[in-house]
Each structure stands twice: as C-alpha cells, then as structure tokens.
Design a protein around this ligand. Structure first.
Ligand SMILES: [Zn+2]
Length: 80
C-alpha cells in the first residue's frame, strides 16, 4: 500500500470523517467531495477505487485497499 493512501486515511480520521454506524459498518466522508460518503466495513468499501481494484488486480492474491478502508483501520486503532 502506498504512503499516500495512509496519509489520506490519517487525514480522514483527523478531520473526523469516520463515523461508526454499527458494529462493523462505518460511514467515511470523501476527502475530495464532502457531499459524498462511503459505507465501509472492516474489509470492504463501496467506492469506485475499491471495486476497480479487483478488476485490475484480479487473481494476483492482493487484497484490495483504499484510503477509506485504511481510515477505518486507523480509527479502530486509535479507539482501542
Ligand atoms: Zn474506498
């Protein structure tokens, strides 16, 4: 995962864009468009980048990731 993804994720957490809605469901606001938000669980996100990941990297054994998913991980780490 790129350092840029982590930086973006940290920013999302710092700015309070991660909101827990259920045990394993989070709403993460987009950093580029505040009107937009994504529903994220601990291993999936409904943003385009996440969906496209499997299209482009299919079968390579890499787990998809995006800044929203990473933001949720950071959020949970800071919380615990
Ligand atoms: Zn995402």
């Amino acid at each position: 995962m790129s350092a840029g993804t982590i930086k973006k994720a940290q920013k999302l957490v710092d700015e309070g864009n991660v909101v827990q809605v259920d045990d394993d469901l989070f709403q993460v606001r987009s950093s580029s468009d505040p009107q937009k938000s994504y529903m994220v669980t601990h291993d999936s996100c409904d943003c385009l980048g996440f969906k496209n990941f499997y299209k482009f990297h299919h079968g390579k054994g890499i787990k998809a990731n995006c800044s929203h998913l990473e933001a949720v991980r950071l959020y949970l780490k800071t919380k615990s």
